[in-house]
Design a protein around this ligand. Structure first.
Ligand code: AMP
Ligand code: ZN
Length: 111
């Protein structure tokens, strides 16, 4: 996955504004935020999209979703937030390393 930009972020080869990290997951601010708060959660191990996930990804998928509200609260989004997972070209995915966008702070329906 040499050419994967998010794998390079995981490896520390490209900088990011990190919010959270553990052995399985990394969270960082989106470089082009679409709302006052816009960050993403990714698995550290490369998987291209939700469509490539299989049962071996169950735990990390659960972890990503459970972290979303926790980190959102820490970013001031206690009132709510939007989650987006773009999957495949037809789903508007641009970076082919699975990521969960967390977006908020821009009114009732930011994006
Ligand atoms: P998607 O369309 O769901 O694949 O979204 C890809 C997202 O990655 C976009 O919102 C980009 O702004 C974001 N992005 C691309 N490169 C970087 C980077 N180096 N650091 C942070 N976010 C990035
Ligand atoms: Zn990757």
């Amino acid at each position: 996955m040499n050419d994967c930009i998010f794998c390079k972020i995981v490896a520390g080869e490209i900088p990011c504004r990190k919010l959270y990290e553990d052995e399985d997951v990394l969270a960082f601010h989106d470089i082009h935020p679409v709302a006052p708060v816009h960050f993403m959660l990714i698995p550290k191990a490369h998987v291209a999209s939700l469509a490539e996930c299989d049962p071996s990804h169950r735990d990390v998928l659960g972890k990503l979703l459970l972290l979303a509200p926790k980190l959102a609260r820490e970013q001031g989004l206690g009132d709510g937030f939007r989650t987006v997972i773009n999957t495949g070209r037809g789903g508007g995915q641009e970076v082919f390393h699975l990521h969960v966008h967390v977006i908020g702070g821009g009114g009732p329906r930011p994006l």
